[in-house]
Design a protein around this ligand. Sequence first.
Ligand code: ASP
Ligand code: MG
Length: 471
Amino acid sequence: MKNTLVMKFGGTSVGGAQAIAQAVAIIRGERGAWQNLVVVTSAMSGVTNLLLETAQRAARGEMEGIAAAENRLRDGHFSAAEALLSEEPARRLLTAELGALIASFGELCRAMAVLGEASPRALDAVASLGERLSARLLAAALTAAGVAAQAVEASQLIVTDRNFQNAHPDFAASAVKIHQRLNPLLEQEQIPVVTGFIGATPEGAVTTLGRGGSDYSAAILGALLPADDVWIWTDVDGVMTADPRLVAEARTLPEITYSEIAELAFYGAKVLHPKTVRPVVDAGIGLRICNTFNPAHPGTRLVANPPAEKVTGRQVARAVTAIRSQRLVTIEGRGMLGVPGVAARAFGAVASTGTSVPLITQASSEQSICFAVPIEAFEQVLRALEAVFAVELRERDIDRIWSTPEVSIVTVVGAGMRSTPGVAGQIFSQLGRRGVNVLAIAQGSSEVSISLVVNSAETETAVKSLHELVG
Ligand code: ASP
Ligand code: MG
């Protein structure tokens, strides 16, 4: 018998009664094979968005949505509870617990409406409710199916800093709590069903690990238990060579290296939260991404970065992704030549708006710096740049700060690029043949990816034609 497995179920994998029944079947199927099984769950799909949007609207004084949101939460969770739990009093107990959490959501929103403010801390309290609901639902469904399970709040397991909405875990402090809380359950052969996404400050205030953070929760638990394996159950057959909605020929990669998946996650493939990779790599734990709705499929296995000479034989380009809804901002002027600190001030200004930059290029003449920002942040970024370079703009050391219309960042990922000359050439001829105009280029110094910026209207053509390079 193998030792310890952590399985994380994403939002669609617990999205309704049928999906939850499927998750229960998967958990039941693995139970015999592992000494210890720990489950981590996301909120039901759409719930986190609903919670946060309702709270934000309430803080702006729009209270009409609160009751409707409460109804939607009750509908979704209660109907699943009814379908999955046929017996009383289990069903009544569960709906009472879920009902109380949903009522507390309404209260939090009404309080925000009164205050006219939604602090990051209050938003985390609201956002955490999605996982607190789904963990109870999944644990009760397991118990009803004869699999002993207990919902566990990750606020009792994962200790974080006070960086609400994007909190960083304290691994050492969390390890202690995880063992204290989970070992007794595991010894009694109970399956802990842990809320993904959330943690708590040392004082006990609930935090969240950032949107999509349930994968990260699973990795943290996996690293600290420690587990032999972490399996991420989602709604696609693992990591695909491209988004199957864009490219009909997209297929599953049986294996992917650490650095490839990190690039893919960063460049918009929604398979795995980017922070997930680090803890499992550091702890030497296996990671698998698999499909709740096609559990017989082996999915994708994460493997160590192979040495360069091993990569050369493989297909060089492994996957293609796109991040949409960006704009390219360019700062240009002859007065920037040889002047130190322009980039630091530019990115300082961008950072002050809380925007992160997915791509940067600088011409070697040093007469322009160009970078991408998400479209919704762009006005704010432009204003911050104009403020920070007010003097240079007046003196004409900087001629202008301008931006393109909407663009996409298309990225080709493959660890073999490092040791294979000519990949960039192939990429450009491929795009040239299709008449796709490339606005900017960046290659990561890790050489695991090449990113190109294209007009948003050409995203699909670019992705499709580059996918032909993926063997
Ligand atoms: N429910 C959270 C979110 O939607 C976390 C997750 O699903 O991973 O961001
Ligand atoms: Mg997710």
